[in-house]
Design a protein around this ligand. Structure first.
Ligand code: FAD
Length: 317
């Protein structure tokens, strides 16, 4: 079922989770171990992130180095199929521009369609860790909007080859990312939101936001979206703080502010176990307020901390 159908049929705020594929070499059981404690909350859907290859230097036997491409977390599509089969829940694969030509994207979408996946979250992706800016693949997409256009085309039965127009129409429900605190490359929030609006005008069915720790930022973002004429559902992306190190890591990696009150509480913590308690309590309060505000879904980034998310959701539902 499509994310938008879940939202349209819901009588109360829905719950959903985002998971990462396990590191290469681990089994699918690690995914089930992660999700089992969370399935009691009957999530409407489960997102599975996509991780592109990273360029690394491997030492040869003669001491010289060769550049290799390594994907540390493969398996997004297969995990979606496994999760749908194992739990009878909808899965939402993340689909990125980075590392894909249009042809490879088309083939990935055909696989997803054959597997009965009804949803995709279309994203640009970031530059590989050791590269300074995002560069599309040859014949790939530069912006999420272009990738979205390809999915919309397939939903209309339009494939890349001229003689394949009028092919099977896929029925993907398309999500896109939004940034209450602005995407880090955008010159300002207004410009960033104008591109978000374009994604919606071009066919995005809903928006999921980057994590935020100050609900007011989300409320302001929703207000601005509505003023601009963006009417699709806006789903807040939520993450608990679980380590002291995240006070500096999260602002650097995700370009989000940590509110003073939360930062001060975390600074008082002696151990990361204490931080988990503070982070969970903060997220419980955030979630309750967002529920009250009327968000359609509370979407939790589980990021290896299912027990913390379980505690939070238990307190909210
Ligand atoms: P875009 O919408 O393409 O925007 C990228 C930048 O370009 C923005 O600054 C925007 O303002 C600007 N822009 C957009 N369109 C245009 C245009 N036409 N002309 C000029 N400028 C433009 N990354 C992964 O690799 N894998 C994942 O699984 C993943 N999951 C994510 C899930 C969520 C909910 C979120 C919020 C992010 C996720 N990301 C993931 C990270 C995401 O890929 C990065 O934040 C990326 O830098 C931007 O992706 P986007 O889809 O927002 O890009």
């Amino acid at each position: 079922m499509k994310v938008t159908e879940h939202i349209a049929q819901a009588k109360d705020t829905l719950i959903s989770f985002e998971i990462l594929p396990p590191l290469k070499g681990k089994s699918i059981e690690s995914i089930y171990d992660h999700l089992d404690p969370l399935m009691t909350f009957k999530p409407a859907f489960i997102n599975v992130t996509y991780h592109r290859s990273e360029h690394m230097f491997k030492k040869r036997s003669d001491g010289s180095f060769e550049k290799v491409e390594i994907r540390k977390r493969p398996g997004t599509v297969a995990i979606c199929a496994a999760v749908m089969n194992h739990y009878n829940v909808d899965a939402v694969p993340h689909l990125i521009c980075g590392g894909f030509s249009r042809e490879e994207t088309e083939n990935a979408l055909i696989d997803l369609n054959f597997l009965g996946v009804d949803n995709v979250l279309v994203l640009r992706g970031d530059a590989p860790k050791n590269e300074s800016s995002f560069e599309p693949e040859p014949h790939g997409h530069r912006y999420a909007d272009e990738l979205l256009h390809q999915v919309v085309n397939m939903n209309n039965g339009m494939y890349l080859e001229e003689d394949l127009q009028g092919g099977v129409k896929t029925k993907f429900c398309i999500g896109v990312a939004g940034y209450p605190e602005k995407h880090f490359e955008a010159p300002n929030l207004a410009t960033d939101m104008s591109y978000l609006k374009r994604k919606v005008e071009n066919g995005a069915d809903y928006i999921i936001t980057q994590m935020f720790f100050d609900n007011q930022k989300f409320f302001d973002f929703v207000k601005k979206c509505r003023e601009m004429g963006i009417t699709v559902p806006i789903i807040p992306g939520l993450k608990p703080m679980t380590t002291r190190k995240q006070l500096t890591v999260l602002p650097r990696a995700f370009h989000v502010d940590i509110p003073n009150d939360l930062a001060n509480e975390i600074l008082k913590c002696k151990t990361d176990k204490d931080v988990e308690l503070v982070g969970a309590e903060w997220l419980i309060q955030q979630s309750k307020e967002l529920k009250e505000f009327g968000v359609p879904v509370l979407h939790y980034y589980t990021l290896g901390k299912p027990e913390v998310i379980r505690k939070v959701v238990e307190a909210v539902v």
